[in-house]
Design a protein around this ligand. Sequence first.
Ligand SMILES: [Zn+2]
Length: 201
Amino acid sequence: MNKQLESYLCTRYPKLLHTEGPGSLYLFGFECQDGWFTLIYAACELIQEHSSYRDSEQVVASQVKEKFGGLRFYYHGGDDYIEAVVDLVERLSESICELCGAPGLIRERNGWLSARCEAHERRCAMPTPKLDEWIRQGDSMARVLGSALKLFAFSATETARWLTSPAMAAGMKSPLELLQPTNGHRIVLNLIGRIEYGLPL
Ligand SMILES: [Zn+2]
């Protein structure tokens, strides 16, 4: 991940993302591409909020990397909620291009698995968002994931399934696809609200 994004995360979440000492992220950094920034940001936001306000044990990340095409977020500490948050972002990473953050899927090339959008699968260059745009998208992702997890009683499996399945009320796009491009989170939060209150979609 580019150093500007890494250092933003480490500065924003110093308790969670240690950069000094044995086993810290300093040794390896974030071993994945920029496209998963919003997922990592959302995970950090939800984990830190939970650790700080629920008086829970402080979670510490030990490694953040790509493995078998998906995101892996290794950590110490935490409870069932933290486990659900991490499980959810790891599952969703398989539907988000690791290079640019656009909707994607796991593709195989020469025996390697990677999460790519169509453009990157065709090896087309895509514009990279600026830091403030990444942060805005990360905030939206955190709000949507927090609300969706609550809606599905903190089941990462159910939440990931809903977020990645085409929804009639969303023009047969998945809620995750709606998050792209900008401001799609409002539509997704509205969908979540309507389901929560049993309103027609
Ligand atoms: Zn892409």
